[in-house]
Design a binder for this molecule. Sequence first.
Ligand code: ZN
Length: 146
Amino acid sequence: MALDELYQEIILDHYKHPRNRGEVDNADVVISSDNPFCGDRLRLTLKIDDGVITCARFEGQGCAISQASASLMSERIEGIAVPQALDLTEQVLRMIRGEGVADVLENDELSALKGVSAFPTRIKCASLAWNALKKALNPTNKKSRL
Ligand code: ZN
């Protein structure tokens, strides 16, 4: 199977069978984002305990790439610390923009998003979830937990 086909399969699989769809109970972070150029919409909820993302869920609608990207992301960020997630986010956004693939992404399912960089109109679709995560992990968006 050609690599391009494999990437396509991963994206279609996540689109048709999204992982972690839904909403986190008592979410620490709730963020909505949209991409008006394509009509993609996303709502991301996260549970964060002691600086670690313990649960990530998303709801949304839109094209296959936007939804698959969110599904891939939700699967990948569970169980990792916030700074790590922000690091990963920067690396994925760079890859999507065609600015290079970090070693850590080489053998990762996330590399299925690499091909998007060849399609400028799709870059916003693939980036939507990651830009939302970046916003979500900004400390000012975190609900105070007194
Ligand atoms: Zn889209």
